[in-house]
Design a protein around this ligand. Structure first.
Ligand SMILES: NC(=O)C1=CN([C@@H]2O[C@H](COP(=O)(O)OP(=O)(O)OC[C@H]3O[C@@H](n4cnc5c(N)ncnc54)[C@H](OP(=O)(O)O)[C@@H]3O)[C@@H](O)[C@H]2O)C=CC1
Ligand SMILES: O=C(O)CCC(=O)C(=O)O
Ligand SMILES: [Mg+2]
Length: 474
């Protein structure tokens, strides 16, 4: 069935049922080593995960690793340009849960991202990237421990769909002509705008289905968090990109207030209800005035719209959410994308789950990672309904490749997320304990060592850091 792969002879398959993995005690798990620093990080990760599973379950459970190929290694094995062989796709499909190191994507031409392709091919629509602080980790931020967020990034659409034409391309030029000569002039709101003829063109589709399935997963996750962290923030640049990013916000709120009506409260609803709680005699109009400070200078039509909003909230959810009951619900709010980049620095403890579109989430997850210790401490998971692939936030960091110096923490923590996803919490906990203790004792790789005060010299190698984590399991 496989062209060049031989699956392990022992072990069983993970099977998905209703979006959840059914995990045997001896799962076969495909792994992709990755390009660049993957050569250093993967062996360290495998060693730590195996040691944790062995310690936690004394041989009762064991992962049977199945090496599959992508990126440079795949070309070596399968031939030129065979970056993502069918064997690899078949193995991931067959075994359901996989883990990978980073893969290179050239800039400005060449192949499109293999990482993105895997997410799209397997409909891994939620990219989940937690950014939490481990005590003792050096950070450029004064209070890094205040940040504890999970970026929930839509993973299959947006400009990452990769539908674009380079400048000068014949079809791209046809599209520009069509837009300039027909579609734009026939859309009055676009006035007499024109696209410069020497433009490259990219398409940014944001669908209702894609947005809502991501927000649904984010809300379901929020329901499992402690009460203080039960919050989902819809991140968007909807003031500028009204029908893509603005629509993402609106569809997010729509989902929260229909499918999760009993469990959610929106920020504006909470203002309306708390105004009434503070003053039971408050008129609808005064309530509207309080939620919209510019109310008195609005047109009568806009004022009427806000009054209607207030009335709807009071009529529809006062009984279920009023009298402070909303304080026990999941708070759903939204923030404009540029603002959230400063908010996670200035008011980090006010945020929990950040639900984003693809590009915003890509940027935001690196920025949030920097606050809690950098890209060496930034795990991730790509989750769908029938498959999951775990991978770090960072890339191949080519200048560090093969030097046994890079921090394997992010892929190891991605392994922790994988173990938690499988329900192997005891093994996951051991790794987290080991990692936290190693850092607290200053046993760290170069990236954390250089930020410590005084700097740790010499830092641990990548492989030594893995051994330090294992040493501190107990
Ligand atoms: N999912 C994936 O596979 C991803 C792949 N990529 C791809 O990776 C390639 C390189 O991308 P690039 O922009 O250089 O970004 P990278 O994330 O690979 O590296 C940028 C810098 O981040 C720091 N860093 C990265 N990984 C670690 C780590 N494990 N421990 C400590 N520090 C780390 C290093 O900083 P310093 O040198 O200052 O210590 C490194 O030079 C590109 O082809 C890109 O497309 C990028 C992101 C994700
Ligand atoms: O696929 C790539 O090369 C980059 C992807 C990326 O930066 C990410 O997913 O965070
Ligand atoms: Mg990225």
């Amino acid at each position: 069935m496989y062209e060049k792969l031989t699956p392990p002879t022992i072990g069983s398959k993970i099977v998905f049922q209703d979006g959840k993995p059914n995990v045997p005690d001896d799962p076969i798990i495909p792994f992709i080593r990755g390009d660049g620093t993957g050569v250093d990080i993967w062996p360290a990760t495998e060693t730590v995960i195996d040691a944790a599973v062995k310690t936690a379950y004394s041989g009762k459970r064991k992962i049977n690793w199945f090496k599959v190929y992508a990126g440079d290694e795949a070309c070596d094995e399968y031939g030129t340009y065979q970056y993502l062989p069918q064997d690899t796709l078949d193995a991931i499909e067959e075994y359901g849960v996989a883990i990978k190191g980073p893969l290179t994507t050239p800039v400005g031409g060449g192949i499109r991202s293999l990482n993105v392709a895997l997410r799209q091919l397997f409909q891994l629509y939620a990219c989940v990237r937690p950014c939490r602080y481990y005590q003792g980790t050096p950070s450029p931020h004064r209070y890094p421990e205040k940040l504890d967020v999970i970026v929930y990034r839509e993973n299959t659409e947006d400009i990452y769909l990769g539908i674009e034409w380079k400048q000068g391309d014949e079809i791209g030029r046809k599209l520009i002509d069509l837009l300039n000569q027909d579609l734009i002039p026939n859309t009055p709101e676009h006035g007499n705008k024109q696209i410069p003829l020497d433009s490259g063109i990219g398409i940014k589709p944001i669908s209702k289905t894609g947005s809502q399935r991501l927000v649904r997963k984010a809300i379901q996750h929020a329901l499992t968090l402690p009460p203080a962290k039960q919050q989902v923030t819809l991140v968007h640049k909807g003031n500028i990109m009204k029908y893509t990013e603005g629509a993402f916000r609106d569809w997010g709120y729509e989902l929260a207030t229909t499918e999760f009506r009993g469990e959610c409260i929106t920020e504006r609803e909470s203002w309306i209800l708390s105004n009434k709680e503070a003053n039971g005699e408050l008129t609808v109009e005064d309530n509207a005035r309080q939620i919209d400070p510019g109310y008195d200078s609005l047109t009568p039509e806009k004022q009427e719209k806000i009054c209607q909003e207030v009335k709807n909230v009071l009529d529809n959810i006062w009984d279920t959410h009023g009298d402070e009951k909303w304080k026990t619900k999941i708070m759903v709010n939204d923030r404009i994308a540029d603002s959230i980049f400063q908010q996670i620095q200035t008011r980090p403890d006010e945020y929990s789950i950040l639900a984003t579109m693809n590009l915003n989430g890509d940027y935001l997850s690196d920025a949030a990672a920097a606050i809690v210790g950098g890209l060496g401490m930034s795990p991730g998971a790509n989750i769908g309904d029938n498959c999951a692939i775990f991978e770090a936030t960072h890339g191949t960091a080519p200048k560090h490749a093969g030097l046994d110096r890079i921090n394997p923490g992010s892929v190891i923590l991605s392994g922790v997320m994988m173990l938690e996803f499988m329900g192997w919490q005891e093994a996951a906990d051991l790794i987290q304990t080991g990692l936290a203790k190693a850092i607290a004792n200053g046993e760290v790789t170069y990236d954390l060592a250089r930020l410590m005060n005084p700097p740790v010299d010499p830092p641990l190698k990548c492989s030594e850091f893995a051994q330090a984590i294992i040493k501190y399991f107990a």
